[in-house]
Design a protein around this ligand. Structure first.
Ligand code: CMC
Length: 442
């Protein structure tokens, strides 16, 4: 029998030692299981950016950052993007395998028949300013779903969990399209059950009552592919946020709202909007060296948006698919966008630059997605919303996996306290003296 791996921790001062088991996955690095560390040693571990911390065991998504591999339930992302639909991928993320024909039919029907939102939500929207960022609207309305769907809030009932998951996958695109319509000052467009998921989404975004609208098959396919590429990405910031919120037994709609909020930041899903703004700012190929110098300057907060990744130290496979799709989509739409040439040139120069080579900084999923979405007619404020539409399935699958884990506990990290030691409260009239500096940064 193969011996189980262990790790030994030795206290240099006392010579005491403790043995910890290693949790092995099916692929990728194993993890030293330190759950008993505090009880046995009286010490915590410190890892503020979670660079060396596995927060859970999960069977949903695998990333090999060194090789640039992304798999969902074992299926390679390039394969999924080429040979399946977004709803098939959603099914696999939720249930473990790609569906057979009958499972696919039933799942598509379930999702399609949940796409309408409660009519009162229309009124809820009207409370927002017209110039509200659609992500601000999404944070609010996604959380508000829990006020409308009381019959699927019992997280301990598997059927209610499933209905909530289906509702979220079905309704978030409707809310996303409504946030676009609200921003544009156009009437909301109701979903249509005769259209597939991507077609229906485009219809809700771009149709107006005055004329008929049917997206081309190529456009719908491109939309579907973008959704597939953003569907899940293991324990990124927003997914970890959803899991942490869910660990307190909060309802799934509230958890997804927390994920949307976390996704919004420019270091995460907000990067797709920032890439386009950056390309606009760069403006011309001649300005690339100036902006690269800014990105390399440690005294300048500017970063090359859409570049770099915590896990990928190789080309992000999602960026590779999107880069390949750019030409086809722009051709199909008859759009010529000088930003595509600018983006390609920026990538070429950055990938030859020592700074980027040394740090293994490659284009990530956000680098090319904005160019395609812009060509499709989406304003840049919508880019992160589209990311949220796709990622909802990843979030809810990860949430479901966590709730169904028999021994799951509330997520409650600890800290290394760096504040004052105990001191008594001095009466106000006796307090004086200069303010002390803040705590040291670890
Ligand atoms: N431009 C310039 N320098 C960079 C960049 C960049 N985009 N990204 C990383 N670096 C440098 C960074 O300054 C550091 O240099 P040094 O070692 O000299 O201090 C080194 O590379 C490592 O960076 P880090 O900040 O420690 O890496 P991280 O893993 O904490 O951050 C990241 C990852 C994605 C937040 C970061 O690469 C970044 O800010 N990229 C731009 C924003 C972006 O495109 N975000 C989308 C991420 S992918 C999709 C998603 O998750 O939503």
């Amino acid at each position: 029998m193969e011996k189980k791996k262990t790790f030994t921790l030795i206290n240099d001062q006392t010579g005491e030692s403790w043995i910890f088991p290693v949790a092995e996955g099916t692929q990728g690095p194993g993890a030293i299981d330190i759950r008993t560390l505090f009880a046995r040693t009286g010490h915590l571990t410190l890892d503020p950016g979670f660079t060396s911390t596995a927060s859970c065991a999960s069977a949903i998504t695998f990333i090999d950052g060194e090789k640039g591999i992304l798999q969902h339930r074992g299926y390679d992302i390039r394969d999924l993007a080429e040979h399946s639909t977004f709803l098939e991928v959603a099914y696999a993320l939720l249930y473990g395998d790609l569906p057979n024909a009958e499972e696919k039919r039933v799942f598509e029907k379930d999702i399609t028949y949940h796409t309408m939102v409660h009519e009162q939500i229309h009124t809820f929207f009207r409370g927002f300013r017209r110039d509200a960022h659609p992500m601000a609207i999404m944070c609010g309305v996604a959380g508000a779903l829990s006020a409308f769907y009381h019959d699927s809030l019992d997280i301990w009932d598997p059927r209610q969990r499933e209905i909530s998951a289906h509702r979220l996958i079905a309704k978030i695109p409707t809310l996303a399209a409504m946030s676009l319509k609200y921003m544009l000052g156009q009437p909301f467009v109701y979903p249509r059950n005769d259209l597939n998921y991507a077609e229906n989404f485009l219809h809700m975004c771009f149709a107006v009552p005055a004329e008929t609208y049917r997206p081309s098959a190529a456009l719908a396919k491109a939309m579907d592919k973008i959704l597939i590429l953003h569907a899940d990405h293991e324990q990124n910031a927003s997914t970890s946020t959803v899991r942490l919120a869910g660990s307190s037994q909060a309802n799934p709609f509230a958890c997804i709202a927390s994920g949307i909020a976390s996704l919004w930041g420019p270091a995460h899903g907000g990067a797709n909007q920032s890439v386009l703004e950056m390309l606009k700012q760069i403006g011309h190929k001649n300005n690339i060296p100036k902006f690269l110098a800014k990105a390399k300057d440690k005294d300048d907060p500017f970063r090359l948006m859409g570049f770099g990744h915590r896990v990928y130290k190789n080309y992000d496979p999602r960026a590779a698919v999107l880069k390949g799709s750019c030409d086809a989509v722009l051709d199909e739409l008859g759009v010529e966008d000088p930003m595509l040439d600018l983006a390609r040139e920026l990538e070429r120069i950055a990938l030859e630059d020592d700074y980027f080579i040394k740090r293994k900084l490659f284009p990530n999923v956000d680098f090319y997605s904005g160019i395609i979405l812009k060509a499709m007619g989406f304003p840049s404020e919508m880019f992160t919303v589209l990311f949220a539409v796709a990622r909802t399935v990843g979030w809810i699958s990860q949430w479901k996996e966590m709730i169904e884990e028999p021994n799951h506990r509330i997520g409650r990290p600890r800290q290394v306290y760096t504040g004052s030691a105990f001191r008594p409260v001095v009466p106000l009239r006796e307090r004086s003296g200069a303010k002390k500096e803040g705590p040291p940064i670890l």
